[in-house]
Structures are given as C-alpha cells and as structure tokens.
Design a protein around this ligand. Sequence first.
Ligand SMILES: [Fe+2]
Ligand SMILES: [Fe+2]
Length: 241
Amino acid sequence: MATRSPSRTTSRSSNSSSSRAKSASSTGSNGNSNTQSRRTVAKSDEREQSAFAFGRKSNSGRDSNGAFFGTLLAGAAIGLAANYGRKLLMQGLEAQAGDWDEILATEHDAALAIFDRMLATDSTQTFKRKMLLMKLTHALDKHAHQEEMVVYPALRQANERHDADLLETEHGEVKTYLYALDQMGADSPLWLDKVREFRSFISKHMHMEEEQVFPRFKQDLTEEQNDKITSLVNRDGFWMA
Ligand SMILES: [Fe+2]
Ligand SMILES: [Fe+2]
C-alpha cells in the first residue's frame, strides 16, 4: 500500500547510497577510481549548493561570493572609468573654448542648437522630441549649476547682486518651461508653440549674460581672478557633465 512518492524517494536514496558504497568499495583496489569518485561527489555537492547560497564556501575553499563581488566590482570600476573618461572628454572640449565666459557662451550656442532641432520636429516624432527634451534638460541643468555655484556668487561679491538675483530667478523660469513641456506630452498640438516661447525667453537671458553682465564683470577682474573663475567653472562642469 505504499505510495509512489516515498518508494521513489527510498529508491533514489538507496541508489545513491549504493553508488557511494560502490565508490567506497573501490577505494582500496584502485587509486584512480577513488580520485575520480571523490571528484564526482565533490561536484555533486557543489551543485547541491544553491546559486543563491551567499556566504558559503565551495569545497575548493574559494568563496564563491568573492568571485561574484569581484566581478561586480570590476564591472563597477569599468563603468566609473568610462564615466570619468566621458566627463574628461566633455569638459576637456569645453575647456578649449577659453575663459569662463567663452565656455558659457559655447554652452548657450549648444542649447540653442537643441531648440532648433526640437522646432524642426512634427507631432509624429514623439520619441525624438522626448530625447531632445531630455538632452536639453541635462545641458541646461549643467549650465545653470556652473552659473549658480560659481559665476553668480562671484557677481554678488563684486556688488552685482541685482543682476545675479535677476538671472537666477530666470533660471527658475527655465525649469518651469522644462516642467511644462514634460507634462504637456510630446504629441501635444501646443508643443511647438511652447518650445518657441521657451527659446525666445532663454535667448534674451543668454543675450543679457553675454552682452551686458559678463563683459562688465570681466573687465574689472584681475588675470588671477579670471583664471580662478575659469578653473571653478571647469571643475563644476566636470562633475555635472
Ligand atoms: Fe544663466
Ligand atoms: Fe548662461
């Protein structure tokens, strides 16, 4: 009256015992066979350990987690190195633009070029619009950080607080435009009008910086002060790239 399951279990168990017993019986008669048998048992035991058995050591004495985390760390290190290289490349290219004001003007041009690509899309190109909006958001975020963390504070120290505060308030408006575009949806019939309005707003902001505020501030800087601001803008841009 025994059920199938227990008899199968019993059978598997007894087969296993019998197999091991066979291996054991061959120990005395054949050394090679014995070694082979131990290898087989060891391999079997390793297989029995779950792949998720963190912290256990294999029979070889090596910590399987060590290999796993070693691979993980190696991957992370490669990722970090690649990201570091990308940042160096990006900011290195910008640093070639010259002084801090020339770097920022180059970034203005790059952002306006993204606006122009956005304006050249139609409502069926939703994926392209989303990608371009993402690119614009990243570019403006990095640019605003450089100005807000280096240039505007330097302006305030040089008694140009009024302009610095006005420009920083306008950065808040820039974020509002980015938020509105993101919420609107890339297929909205109002999308192009909003981009056009945004471009007009930001180009006035850029014009004020490039034509009025930055030149007036720069002309009173010593060479050492100018170099210092350039270095700080580059450093900030590197971390934000
Ligand atoms: Fe700005
Ligand atoms: Fe700017």
